[in-house]
Design a protein around this ligand. Sequence first.
Ligand code: PMH
Length: 372
Amino acid sequence: MAVGWHRPTKLVIDTQAITENVCNEVKRMPETTELFAVVKANGYGHGAVQAAKAAKKGGATGFCVAILDEAIELRQAGITDPILILSVVDISYIDLLLEYDLSVTVTTQEWLEQAIKHLTHIETQAPLKIHIKVDTGMGRIGFMNAQTTKQAVELTQSATCLIWEGLFTHFSTADEVDISYFNKQEQRFQDIISELKQLPKYVHVSNSATALWHPDNVGNMIRLGIAMYGLNPSGNLLPEPYPLKPALSLVSTLIQVKKLPKGEGIGYGNTYTTSSDEWIGTVPIGYADGWLRHLQGFSVLVNGIKCEIVGRICMDQCMIRLPEKVAVGTRVTLIGDDNGETITMQMVAEKLDTIHYEVACTFSERMPREYK
Ligand code: PMH
C-alpha cells in the first residue's frame, strides 16, 4: 500500500499524550496491579509499535494484541516485554508462539488437548504460556462455567509443556450507567475463582471502562485500550475520573480555493448547490483514507472557523464551504484543536452513528502517521 507521504494530509500522533494517559492510570491503580497496553489493530489506528513504546514510558509492563501477526510485529520492532494474544491462535502456529515468546488465550478443552499433543511431539525446552479465558456474559470466547474452567486448569497444570500464566474475563457493559449486568458478570467470575484451588500470576478483568469506573474490580493486571489513546470509553456518557488527553489529530491543507456563483453544483450526484456566491475549498482527503461519505454535512476547522463539508465526499478529496477567500495551503483541521475550536473523534463518531473506536480503526494505511 502506498502511503501518502507527499500529500499534506496526515494523522499526527502525540505520543506524550499516550505516555501521560498510561501514567495517570498507573498512578491510581493498586500497587500490585500491572498495566498491559492494548495495541491491537495497529494501536487502534495510532501505530502499534509507537503506541507500545509510549505506553511503556508511562509504566506499561506488557502488551495485548488480537492476532499473532500483531505480536510478531512488536517483537520484530525489538519489544521484549510480555505480549498476550487476546484471541484464539490456530494450533498449527504454536511453534511461532514459542519462537516469539508469546502468551496465548485458551478458550476450549479441545485446543488445550491438541496443544499438549503438538508440544510433546516437538523438541522444545520452553513451555507455552497460556491465559484461560472465561466467558461470563460477553458471549464471545471462553469457558462458560466453573466445571469446564476447572478441567482446563487441571489439564494445564498436569502438562509440563504449559505454564498457566493467566485467568481472565471481559466485561461487556463496564461503560454503562446501569451496573447490574456488570455485577452479574463480576459475580460469575468470582464464583468460578472460588472453585479453583490455585490462581495464576495474572487474574485480569479490566478494560479501560472497568479501570475508570470500577477501580475496585481490576484484578492484578489491567488491559488498557481506548483510554490510553485519550478517548472516553463511554463516548460522553460517563465523566472521566481524570482528564484523558486525546493523542490523535487529523490535518490537511487546502489544495484549491475558488469562488463559485449561485446555483453551481458540487460533487458526485450534484447533491449540493451553492445558494449564493460561495468560496469553496478542496481538501485532499476522501473515503479511501477513512474519511467516510457519511461525513457530508460535518464541519472541519480552517483558521479556527467551522466549515461545512459540502457535496459528496469523493475517494481522495472533499469540498468545504469557506466563509471568505482563504489562501491555498492553509491548514485544515479535521480532528483536533485550531485557534480555540476543537473537533473530537467523538463528534466524528456521532456524525457517523458509530463509536470513536471504529473511527480510529477506520483510517486507512494510505494516511501517513506523524509522531511527535
Ligand atoms: N481486553 C479485551 C479482551 C478486549 O477485547 C479489549 C477491546 C480490551 C481489553 C481493551 O478495551 P478498551 O479499549 O475498551 O480499553 N476490544 C474491543 C473490541 O473487540 N471491540 O471494541 C473493543
